[in-house]
Design a protein around this ligand. Sequence first.
Ligand code: SR1
Ligand code: MG
Length: 418
Amino acid sequence: MEYYQLNQTNIIVYLQSLPKGHLRFSSFDNLAVQEINDGNMNYAFVVTNTLDTNQSVFVKQAPPYIKVLGEDWPLTRQRMTAEINALSYQSSVCPEMVPEVYYQSEALSVLIMQNLNHHAILRTELIQCRYLPRLAEDLSTFLAHTLFYSSDFTLPSVDKKMLVNKSGNQDMCKITEDFVFTYPFEHHEMNDYNPALLQSVIDSVQKEPNVRAHVAQMKHMFMNKPEALLHGDLHTGSVMVNPQQTFVIDPEFSFAGPMGFDIGALIANLYLNYFSHAHHSSAESVNYSQWLLQTIDDLWSKFESKFLSLWTQHEQSAESTFMGKDLTGDCHQTFRHIFLQQVFSDTLGFAACKMMRRILGVAKIADFMQFEDQSLRAKLETQALKMATTMLINRHCYTKIADVNKLAEDVSSAWELV
Ligand code: SR1
Ligand code: MG
């Protein structure tokens, strides 16, 4: 089938043409189509049977360009293949946290899947101060499982190298290399600055050789450290939640990269949300800010203990282990802790780059953009940039997430310093 663009008018005819049994509709007579305009990259629709709203699917199509930038920004449709492969892997190691896929077409770059209509985008929920008691538990499980089971600590060497070769996703990686690690730090025409953000603050990132060198180190690591199969774009817009359940969606940027990139993306977006609440003195904001910091602490701590536990169990049952037999009983444990400390500093470095790109680069976040008062927004952006530069440069000095939370609190409260 030749590629064509789905739209509100032709989508029902397309769904009707698919082999029977894939979709959940008892009839195609009363379908309503709603276009979803949230994403930057793709077209998305929800199609629902108006006579039984439980019969509903989410349809996603990758056009041959970046949707938000238009047809002048061509982009291979192979990102849908990367997404299909990633969803398949993630559902094999974390089935309860990934939407069910009903049908896929590489020819049309279309994915039809479970409509999470009882869930909301995590970013929106965080902006509205919603407490999510399962969030840290679920996301730490997702990270520990997806990262451990695609690492060299569990996969045989040959299988791991095949995974790396199969998961290049070069065009999507190039977008991240440009839009996360490069453009925000130079005078690029795509950058978008809040007019109220002081030039001296922008310069403190873009014209500070030490900051630029550390960002370049993170970019180099992103390009050269295929530790595990990543989600690749795990910000709070890629998570759907309700108080009982958490789903991770949208892995079209998936590739084999450094573990800290996925963890850092989540932590970055949680800290950005923290700054959007912490400047209020109301009891609601104070309490919510503390919940966010506790969630970040839990997310890292639970990830670390789950990853270590999967690793220890694997070493106890596997015939051979990554570093060979443990002759003293302490060797495996020593390496495990050194490795997790490295993942922690990588996480902080990537989190810092992700925070900075959301302020200086083109892709903004609603957590800050909700504020029409540009001066207020500039204050929050300045705080976030201050935290990010400190965290980036000192990433090897931190051993506890509590100390990073303390940095966020100090920067937020000491406004006169920034
Ligand atoms: C043009 S940059 C678009 C951004 O949206 C995606 O969610 C990725 O984060 C990408 O960098
Ligand atoms: Mg996305």
